[in-house]
Structures are given as structure tokens and as C-alpha cells.
Ligand binder design. Structure first.
Ligand code: SF4
Ligand code: FES
Length: 203
């Protein structure tokens, strides 16, 4: 496999062709924050938190590192005034939905984000899609999906599948950055297949 040589945060590094900037950075022990990325899942590019600055032939642009492939001789900066400012705004916007999510609180501290900057709309889900994609791509059970679109989009368990599959799985629970997933499951369970009912009876 051919190797690509480039610079990241002042270090000359090599990465296999086809790798993303995020993968290459992680391989070098360089931290880039992510909210919608998971190594077992196809790149998604949804949260935009992993943006970095890339300089190509003297031109600087912002790219989403979890989907952007490594390129020969580029110069990558994982932190800059611009990058930090954008990450701060993204965190503040997400905190309007999930102000007390520990992962967001840690990020807010790192980037000086103000969780009260935007009006609260505590939907708690930040639409990272990790649960839906993991259930679809890894466990292949398809027990969770997104319903509706735009600002009304929300995740929903499919009761008929969840009743059969979720109790013995729950692999996605720990991926949720806000704990909304667990709450949604408990609600679905209470409404559609109470724990006392075995194998989905009680729907
Ligand atoms: S429920 Fe959690 S894991 Fe699923 S999309 Fe929302 S924030 Fe992400
Ligand atoms: S981690 Fe790259 S866009 Fe979410």
C-alpha cells in the first residue's frame, strides 16, 4: 500500500493512502475531538467537531478530518484560532439541546464554550447518529432509526424489533454522548414491551 507523507501539527508523518486525516492523527497520538465518529462505523461527517485546517499549495481551508483523506505534502493544523472558534460554537449549539451531557461539558471546558449562549431546546439527542448507525452497520439489527427530518428529527426504537433484540444487546448504549438513548429505550420498553413481558408480548 503506498504511503502519503505530510505534516500535522509540525510533525512529518506517513500514512497509508486512503486513510482519513483523523485516522492518521490518531495513529500519531494526536487528539482531535469527535462526536459522531466510531472506528467500527463508516465515516459520517455529521457533527463537524473534528474540523481541522489544511494548507494545500499555500491555500488554507477547513476540512472535516473524519472524512477527508490524507494527501501528499499538505500541512494540517488540528488547532488554530479559527478551528477553536468553530468548535466552541458547535459545542454551544449542541449544549442548547443537551446542556448537562458530560462529554459536552468536558469539551466546553477545553474550548471555553458557554452552555447558555443559545436558547435551550433540551431535546437531549444531539443527532450524532451513533446509535442508529451502530445498530444498522455493526449489530445489523436495525432496531433504531431516525424519524422526521430537520429540527424535528429524532431517534426512535422500532418496538417490534427492539422487543426481541435489545435486551440482550444494548451495545449502543455506551456510545450515546448524552444518555438520551437509554431514556428512549426505557420509554419504548415501558410503552411497548414492559420488562415483565417476555419476548415482546405485551405490545
Ligand atoms: S440518541 Fe444518543 S447516540 Fe443516538 S443519535 Fe441521539 S445523541 Fe447520538
Ligand atoms: S467526528 Fe467528524 S464530523 Fe463528527
Amino acid at each position: 500500500m503506498s504511503e502519503i507523507q505530510f505534516e500535522i501539527d509540525g510533525n512529518q508523518v506517513k500514512a497509508a493512502k486512503g486513510m482519513t486525516l483523523l485516522e492518521a492523527a490518531r495513529g500519531e497520538g494526536i487528539y482531535i475531538p469527535t462526536l459522531c465518529h466510531h472506528e467500527k462505523l463508516e465515516p459520517f461527517g455529521g457533527c463537524r467537531l473534528c474540523i481541522v485546517e489544511v494548507q494545500v499549495r499555500g491555500w488554507t481551508k477547513l476540512v472535516v478530518s473524519c472524512v477527508y483523506p490524507v494527501e501528499e505534502n499538505i500541512i494540517v493544523r488540528t488547532r488554530s484560532e479559527k478551528v477553536d472558534r468553530i468548535r466552541k460554537t458547535i459545542i454551544e449549539l449542541l449544549m442548547a439541546h443537551a446542556p448537562d451531557a458530560p462529554e459536552l461539558m468536558t469539551l466546553a471546558q477545553e474550548y471555553g464554550a458557554n452552555k447558555d449562549r443559545y436558547d435551550k431546546d433540551p431535546s437531549f439527542c444531539i443527532h450524532c447518529g451513533l446509535c442508529v448507525r451502530y445498530c444498522n452497520e455493526v449489530t445489523k439489527k436495525n432496531a433504531i432509526g431516525f424519524v422526521d427530518r430537520g429540527i424535528n428529527k429524532e431517534i426512535s426504537f422500532i418496538p417490534q424489533i427492539a422487543a426481541k433484540e435489545c435486551n440482550d444487546c444494548k451495545e449502543c448504549f455506551e456510545l450515546c454522548p448524552t444518555s438520551y438513548l437509554q431514556a428512549a429505550f426505557v420509554l419504548t420498553q415501558a410503552l411497548s414491551f414492559p420488562p415483565s413481558s417476555k419476548s415482546g408480548k405485551g405490545e
